[in-house]
Design a protein around this ligand. Structure first.
Ligand SMILES: NC(=O)c1ccc[n+]([C@@H]2O[C@H](COP(=O)([O-])OP(=O)(O)OC[C@H]3O[C@@H](n4cnc5c(N)ncnc54)[C@H](OP(=O)(O)O)[C@@H]3O)[C@@H](O)[C@H]2O)c1
Length: 252
């Protein structure tokens, strides 16, 4: 029974995280969303009374500890944790600065670890829990000009597999979903970067990215949310340690 549970969704103020928060709340789950921009969190919270925003930076361990204290104090322990917050960026590897490399790993990989770490002991003790990482097809294959992002997302898949092995006997499941290009703010930023760097038109930039998906289209955030909702339900009890590609067949 999924209704009545409490979920954390990082990056819930936009894109994929917003769609996940709305899908979980629609199923009767109380959802705490986090991100750095309070106004974006408030907008999503206004869409469903079961969604509650708490501002926080996933790269800051103390901020995540304080978020856990406040959210769990108000709505009980997290039964579901969705590590979704992430960032992109693109540069040829030889021009990537150490700062860019570090920031990309901090948000996408260390942030994912800091998001789930405080939930692990409680979930194991209660012998129940669902952890879902929003990775990427960039966690399963290489792409040019995004070395730190590809390295971070491969790291997320490794983290997921390690935690799945560690929790297998406890009733907790740990999985990752790996979308191809999803129509969100992050995609718009990628399209703008291509236009700025290559002089291509919006249509050329969009069709170039969409063609990486064998179905020739962008994934919608709701498609990712539907997979997460399924992973959080009773029917997915035996699914753990999996990296599920949501990419129209780009990877398998
Ligand atoms: N869009 C795609 O094509 C695509 C494809 C595959 C995987 N993904 C993954 O899907 C996830 C969601 O991305 P999206 O496409 O929905 O992009 P998005 O709309 O840009 O969402 C990213 C979210 O992460 C939050 N965030 C970023 N840095 C943060 C930090 N340090 N602390 C807390 N929150 C932070 C942002 O909120 P604030 O700015 O308010 O902090 C924002 O809500 C990411 O992990 C991304 O890598 C996206």
């Amino acid at each position: 029974m999924i209704a009545g549970k409490h979920a954390l969704v990082t990056g819930g103020g936009s894109g994929v995280g917003r769609a996940i928060a709305l899908a979980l709340a629609g199923a009767g789950i109380d959802v705490t969303i986090c991100g750095r921009r309070e106004a974006e969190l408030a907008k999503v919270a206004s869409e469903n009374g079961r969604i509650f925003g708490i501002a926080g930076d996933v790269t800051n361990e103390a901020a995540m500890a304080s978020l856990y204290e406040r959210a769990q104090g108000a709505r009980g322990p997290f039964d579901i944790v969705v590590a979704n917050a992430g960032m992109g960026g693109s540069t040829p590897a030889h021009k990537t600065t150490l700062d860019d490399w570090q920031r990309t790993l901090d948000v996408n990989l260390t942030g994912a670890f800091l998001t789930v770490k405080p939930a692990l002991a409680g979930m194991a003790a209660r012998k129940a829990g669902r952890i879902v990482f929003i990775a990427s097809t960039a966690g399963l294959k290489g792409y040019a000009y995004v070395a730190p992002y590809v390295a971070a997302k491969h790291g997320v898949i490794g983290l997921m597999r390690a935690l799945a092995a560690e929790t297998a006997k406890s009733g907790v499941t740990v999985n990752a979903v790996c979308p191809g290009f999803v129509e969100t703010e992050m995609l718009e930023e990628s399209i703008q970067r291509i236009i700025d760097k290559t002089g291509r038109s919006v249509e050329q930039a969009r069709s170039g990215l969409a063609s990486t998906n064998p179905q020739g289209r962008f994934i919608q955030p709701q498609e990712v949310a539907a997979a997460v909702l399924w992973l959080c339900g009773d029917a997915a009890q035996s699914i753990t340690g999996q990296a599920i590609s949501i990419s129209g067949g780009e990877t398998w």
